[in-house]
Design a protein around this ligand. Structure first.
Ligand SMILES: O=C(O)CCC(=O)C(=O)O
Length: 278
């Protein structure tokens, strides 16, 4: 499926673009099956033990901050009892898998490095795209947590800003099960903050203290197989999933190899696993 000139213009004007039917239903099902297998094989004991130590914050932070070149499992905030044990079965407790499925899992790698995605990156004007980050997001029924309003460039900064997020709906996403919301044209209002590594730990560098104009958010309800492109500066969010239906999505972030990727971004790669293109 190629993208038209009008669609590129719509992406540049709004900061996002919905492309219906980008992924075949059967492919969505294969990716969902593979994610279920990965969760099945994952032993949560390692993480549950983190929650029972006195150094909980530091060790969970390390688990996250060193996950840029790994496949790791992150739980919903409300998944644990006070004693660190899981409230529900692990299959219903995991918030997401990240952040290098596109390099480390053959099925996600094949999907992420498809000719179709490569052509799309070229069509929107990315020069020498590199695959930076991937996540499988579960948005679990009943306990799926909210993602507050943010710009992806806050967390994945490049200079100049040249990043696009690809959000693939592997199930229908509606207001009820926690679809994405975005502010049309909001990518033109500049970067509000950066989340940076510092000697004291992670911190936000704030450039604009004003609140998000959240009254301008519009819901992006999409059907299974749709792709949403998100400009790195586009303010977007999702609300909690209180419904009985999950809302699985796979996301991929591409940056341009021609932009500078700073050493104080949270996501870093070991030299043994440099970023790669398609
Ligand atoms: O899938 C979601 O609910 C939000 C994902 C998102 O905004 C992100 O990862 O930047």
């Amino acid at each position: 499926m190629s993208i038209s000139r009008e669609q590129v213009e719509e992406y540049l004007a709004n900061g996002f673009l919905v492309i219906d039917g980008f992924v075949e239903t059967a492919t969505c099902d294969e990716l969902r099956k593979r994610a279920a297998e990965m969760v099945h094989e994952f032993d949560p004991a390692e993480i549950v033990s983190i929650f029972s130590t006195h150094e909980q914050n530091r060790t969970t932070d390390d688990y996250f901050l060193t996950s840029g070149d790994k496949i790791r499992f992150f739980f919903e905030e409300n998944a644990f009892n006070a004693d660190g044990t899981l409230k529900y079965e692990k299959e219903k407790s995991i918030n997401k898998i990240g952040h290098a499925l596109h390099d480390l899992d053959p099925m996600f790698e094949r999907f992420s490095r498809s000719e179709q995605i490569k052509e799309l990156a070229t069509a929107i004007g990315m020069k020498n795209p590199l695959l930076l980050q991937s996540m499988y997001i579960f948005k679990q029924p009943n306990i799926g947590g909210e993602v507050t309003c943010h710009q992806d460039s806050t967390f994945l900064y490049t200079d100049p800003i040249d990043i696009v997020g690809l959000w693939f709906a592997l199930e229908d996403a509606t207001v009820e099960n926690g679809c994405l919301w975005a502010i049309p044209g909001g990518h033109r209002s500049g970067l509000k903050s950066r989340w940076v590594r510092s000697p004291e730990g992670m911190k936000f560098e704030i450039y604009d203290t004003g609140p998000w104009p959240e009254d301008q958010l519009v819901p992006l309800e999409v059907s299974k197989g749709s792709l949403i492109l998100l400009h790195g500066l586009l303010p977007h969010r999702s609300f909690e999933n209180r419904s009985s239906r999950s809302r699985h999505a796979y996301t991929l972030h591409l940056i341009s190899a021609e932009a500078n990727y700073p050493a104080d971004n949270w996501l870093q790669r070991s030299t043994a696993m440099p970023l790669r293109s398609f």
